[in-house]
Design a protein. Structure first.
Length: 248
């Protein structure tokens, strides 16, 4: 991971912070202490909204495919009336292109948004405690490897914790997993990507006893597989040398 250029001392810098003297930080002013609970609350609400949108994206895709068309030519008509060769080609495209790409997004986006919502509300609570009145709670860092707008400068990642606890460490690691996605998130995205396309297909199948039940069981199993594989990817990421600084 590219070295951060911290705005303030940042324990998540990829440089080895233990090998150099700690920098001094300026304590927050009285105005900052009065306003930062509201600032963190606002950021928490914004990231909560973004996180909610990312979490419902798979369902939105499923509902869109299942209900598209109205009185015209919709998804159901495409499946039942299209040429078999076209259906096979479309199925290959979905299986080998759309499922991996959308599944990857379905995993990365919530990992990038939800942890920042949790961290924002955590800092809001901490900012109300007298014990944290004279300390800064979050910092900003830059890296060339984070997803973000196309730019010639590194992407800024805010809300990184200055005061490490097991709670903030876990959520910061999870946020970095989403913002700096790697190949380890490719496999966890496959089950949820596949489930998003299987549900509308089963909706087009005639009502056969047991078929819908089997469909629900398969989709539930795919969702559980995505969660389990994401946890495995999280553990694999932070066992690697490349992200050793996050564990320090």
């Amino acid at each position: 991971m590219s070295p951060y250029k911290p705005m303030r001392p940042n324990v998540y810098s990829s440089a080895n912070a233990a090998s150099r003297p700690a920098r001094r930080t300026t304590p927050p002013s009285s105005l900052e202490r009065a306003l930062r609970p509201f600032g963190y609350l606002l950021m928490g609400l914004v990231w909560s909204g973004i996180g909610a949108v990312t979490l419902v994206l798979p369902a939105a895709l499923t509902i869109g495919l299942a209900t598209s068309g109205g009185d015209g030519f919709g998804s159901a008509d495409f499946v039942t009336d299209s040429d078999p060769v076209m259906l096979i080609l479309f199925g290959v495209f979905v299986l080998f292109v759309l499922v991996p790409l959308l599944g990857y997004a379905f995993v990365c986006l919530p990992l990038a948004a939800v942890p920042f919502a949790v961290l924002s509300f955590t800092y809001m609570v901490q900012s109300l405690r007298p014990a944290h009145a004279t300390t800064r709670l979050s910092a900003t860092g830059w890296t060339n490897e984070a997803i973000g707008p196309v730019a010639i400068i590194p992407t800024a990642l805010s809300l990184l914790p200055v005061r490490l606890t097991p709670w903030t460490r876990f959520w910061a690691k999870t946020a970095l997993l989403g913002w700096i996605p790697g190949k380890e998130l490719f496999v966890p995205g496959l089950p949820i990507g596949l489930a998003s396309f299987l549900v509308p297909v089963w909706m087009f199948v005639p009502a056969v006893p047991g078929v819908r039940v089997i469909g629900v069981v398969v989709v539930a199993a795919l969702m559980v597989a995505t969660i389990a594989l994401t946890v495995r990817a999280w553990r694999a990421r932070y066992r690697s040398e490349r992200f050793r600084h996050v564990s320090n």
